[in-house]
Design a protein. Sequence first.
Lengths: 122, 114, 137
Amino acid sequence: MNDNDPIVLAMQVKEIVQALELKVYSGEEGLDREVSGAYVSDLLSDVMGHADTGQLWITLQTHKNVMAIASLKDLAAVILVAGHKPAENTVEQSNEEGIPILGTLLSNFEISGRLYELIKNR
Amino acid sequence: MLVKEIIEVLDARLLCGEERQDYGVEVAFASDLMSDVLTLKDDHVLLITGLANMQTIRTAEMSDIHCVVFARNKKVSPEMIELARENDIILIECRYSMFKTCGLLYGSGLKAIY
Amino acid sequence: MHFEYNIEGGDFTRAGYASSQVKKLLKKQGVEMSVIKRTVVAAYEAEVNVVAHAYGGVMYVDLDDRQMRIVLQDTGPGIEDIQQAMEEGYSTASDAVREMGFGAGMGLSNMKKNAHELNIESEVGKGTRVEIIMQIA
Ligand SMILES: Nc1ncnc2c1ncn2[C@@H]1O[C@H](COP(=O)(O)OP(=O)(O)OP(=O)(O)O)[C@@H](O)[C@H]1O
Ligand SMILES: [Mg+2]
């Protein structure tokens, strides 16, 4: 799997939700968005600069700008790790944009590891 | 997992700690937020991060973390390397994204902290 | 024993120097590793807070056979609502601070968890005083 080129996985957000048993906090409308890969980062400017369209953003960052960036970069969904929960206005934004916010109790490392296993052979 | 195995799996470059490549890590943690790293209680932790500045090294020093992988092709400064050497911290530079770095190490059997 | 270290607001290259000196000192005293870690994590979080949120300050360290007392006194904006500031996730960190890897809003709760005793006093517009007390033997 090439790291930086957007690739077509032919996989939707909801399939990943199911496979990794993720919690859906908001943005249900976007569950059939196509996923091109994933980007792990807790630095907002890094995501602005380097994430690609259609990627899942894995982070523990709950800053209020998270949804603004997800929308600008046209990301498929945001996965909050380690049980972090989105703020109320973040949930609203996610619903408006139709970009789901998902959650897991697992850490950045473990959820990334499992997702990588899941999509590497696609 | 030994340092030399990590380097091989990630096709990475060792920046300092040449003499300690038989050092073994037991668990991995990936984060760019230093206060998050400072909550860890485990020993023999591998820190995977995309944050490359002096505070990354300071945080490792305070948390007794002895091995750090910089993902995303981050450039590590000579000052960082010097501080890492003083504190027996092994630094590894890798060109993959955090996602791929975590994926490859997890796939090689390295365990997460929680 | 008494030591003092200046802390420069905004200087993220030097942040952590004082806490590093504390670590060396405790190691030399032969203090138990787990206590050293708790002490320096609390001290480092407090030191970074001065760098990230205040204009400048001093870390005062006092050590005897039984305890270490670390006081960080800064000049800066102060903290309006200390209880709110202690909440995990609460942060007013600037974008610049966030790009340095801080601003998760976890520092004060880390300090609370690690210090044997933590006292914070603050005056808005003047500054903040953080006291960390550790039993080392
Ligand atoms: N010395 C200080 N002077 C002024 N404000 C402070 C000071 N220390 C803390 N604060 C305030 O308290 C808030 C919470 O502090 P805390 O250390 O928990 O989180 P943070 O510094 O924002 O992020 P993190 O510590 O996770 O990197 C800060 O965002 C800031 O508003
Ligand atoms: Mg802080």
